[in-house]
Write a protein that binds this ligand. Sequence first.
Ligand code: GCU
Length: 329
Amino acid sequence: MPPHRFIPLAAAALILGLAGCAGQRSVTVIKLAHTLDQSHPVHVAMAYFGERLAAKSGGTMRVELYSGGQLGSERECIELLQLGGLGMTKISSSALEGFAPEYRVFGLPYLFRDEAHRWAVLNGSVGREVLLSAESRFLRGLCYYDAGTRSFYTVNRRVEKPEDLAGLKIRIQESQLALKMVRALGAAATPIAFAELYTALQQGVVDGAENNPPSFHLSRHYELCKYYVLDEHTAVPDVLLISAHLWRTLTPQQQAWVQAAADESSVRQRELWTDATAASLAAVKKAGVEVIIPDKNLFRARVASMQAEVARDQPRIGALAQRVRETTP
Ligand code: GCU
């Protein structure tokens, strides 16, 4: 078992870091763990969150960032938040599907018409409701970060249309919706933690995966996968979460500072995202990856029935999806 997999109970208070001492003042230190690289725009936004929180609180609140899965996978971080062993995490909303069903709505393929529609939803009533939907399960969402759109990348098969995916083993997040989608496209889906994916690709455990350009680039998966087909099947956002155990120990003033700093970091992250995406695409091309622009309608047609199926089997998610479709920027 890797060392980060086990966090002794005695360390739990330290991880929540509720009170350290800086001179006479009590400083609240919040540990925030995630799986991305430090140069990723989402990490940069979280560093900004820490700066803003320190500034707003006059230095009485501080954020300690743990990147690259140091404290565990997304699932493990979510579980630690629920137990009160970790203060905050940043995960993909797909990773929350098993903990808070409302987040499933964002895993529906081709749900958003465009970026303006997506942000109208995330910053509107649906987005807010979903963020607060799991408070009773100790997971309070603070804000969304842009995770762009996800597309397939493969080690050695050039994919231009859904038929080209036939028989390939594709890594997915721990997401019921991703499983349905990949199967509908004719491939075999294998859930693997993000931090373990490089090795899985290298050893041929899977033939490909799917992600947004910055994550494809900064995880260095492009060193192994030479084809990236921009079918843009989903646009699952990233989510900044705080443990409700920690949230409830904060004063109303501290809660307001945390929320305001999160909101500011979300705005900053969206500003960084577009350039980061373009830079990542340029970098992977330069490294020899073929970036393919397919006819997205071919992919869309293969997964079109998923929205009706989910509405039939999970009416709550269907109702949320309906509200998403009715949202206008
Ligand atoms: C995105 C997302 C991560 C997630 C990763 C994944 O990169 O930002 O939070 O871990 O996808 O595919 O697991």
